[in-house]
Write a protein that binds this ligand. Sequence first.
Ligand code: HEM
Length: 475
Amino acid sequence: DEENPLDSLPGPERKPIIGAALRFVNLNTREMFIKLREYHAMYGNRFVVKIFKRRVLHLSNEKDAEVVLSHSKNIKKSKGYTFLSPWLGSGLLLSTGFKWHSRRKILTPTFHFNILKSFLEIIKDKSCDLVKRLEEYRGEEVDLMPVISDFTLYTICETAMGTQLDSDKSAETKEYKMAILQIASLLLNRLTKVWLHNDLIFDQLTVGRKFQKCLKQVHSFAHNVIVERKRQRASGRDYSVVAEDVFGRKKRLAMLDLLLEAEEKNEIDFEGIMDEVNTFMFEGHDTTAVALTFSLMLVAEDDQVQDRIYKELQGIFGDSDRRPTISDVAEMKYLEAVVKETLRLYPSVPFIAREITEDFMLDDLNIKKGSEVVVHIYDLHRRKELFADPEKFQPDRFLNGELKHPYSFVPFSAGPRNCIGQRFAMLEMKCVLSEICRSFRLEPRTKGWRPTLVAEMLLRPNEPIHVKFIKRKQS
Ligand code: HEM
């Protein structure tokens, strides 16, 4: 084990050969989250955890985050992400090098303003359905996560693949929904259990077999949707305008249509389209679901914030019950600050991990090829040097002037590998929150209560979050 400058940094005790391995044996995801916060408090914004030969540098200050995230060469995801590859293949999240560059170029126009405008039509419909679903609770407490997850899953499925999971009751569709929900949690479970990392062991166990079954269902569903959409395009119908679904609703543009256009120009092949569709389904569903759940929790317990949101919406819509346009959404400045402040406190992606492929300098510290670097967005967002009274929910901080540093707030990451779906996500979150806040007054189950947190790949509440939705006016 050769000398490495990282060994000069603080961190948990490095025993000969095993390093700090014993400290991490048998920790569940909640304990792991707490342990890393403890290390951050003990060792500061740069510390190293060495396990056997693996050195992981943990960072949580804005200057270091800038150097790492803006690096143009060190864009390779770290080993932890490899468990996702049977599902996402070499889709945008996982790919690197030339493949990543060319895919990023093809996919960027998918999130262009004009295309987002057409996705807003789907988001509005799904938001309306969600409001109706919340009405059915008649002011009783709602366990948010499952209800909100359905909303984000239905929304991404229709925008990504043009498929309606909610109204299509076929067995295949139901199976797909179950499989998508299960597959992500099986993967995260694997990530946090060292003995499941080995493929041979994993594949033999029930959890591994369940994973394979879900994987097959998810892949075969996506495959069939793509083939069907391709067939329709080949038959000469302009799918986005003419075709109608089984309910007589006009089919709308989906991300898949743009990928099929790219295929017609030989920019991507069938397998590539599968990978990207699966990647959108994975990245675009849970991330927004947790962010919306935390937003609703925070809004429900802050009367002042809720009044200001409502006032802003009244200013835009008056007493009309028309649905929001893209320029209405752009006008929701206070609501945007609420979403940002939620993402500051509860960043859906709490850390970003890279495998270093080229030596680089962090000030005077040489970070060598082969090391891993983790940027802790959760701790960065809570630095008191950057955000006064950091534990407090204060949306105003995003209205009053500039951030102290461009890398002090990075819920969507930053630099070349930032989130390609961030404008879509903000549009979706603002649209649905505005529809909810126009229709209901929110109340928490217990004021001041906060869930404990677990960080798998996403930051999640460890207990259910309950909110009451009290109808504002009878329709
Ligand atoms: C609140 C919602 C969201 C948050 C907080 C979020 C956050 C992030 C972050 C932090 C990354 C960088 C991950 C890394 O470097 O390891 C990322 C990447 C990505 N996100 Fe999002 N995301 C959200 C929603 C979405 C949506 C709705 C989509 C798709 C429609 C999406 C698609 C992607 C893709 C494809 C990447 C990989 C980009 C690349 O590597 O070039 N995300 N996201």
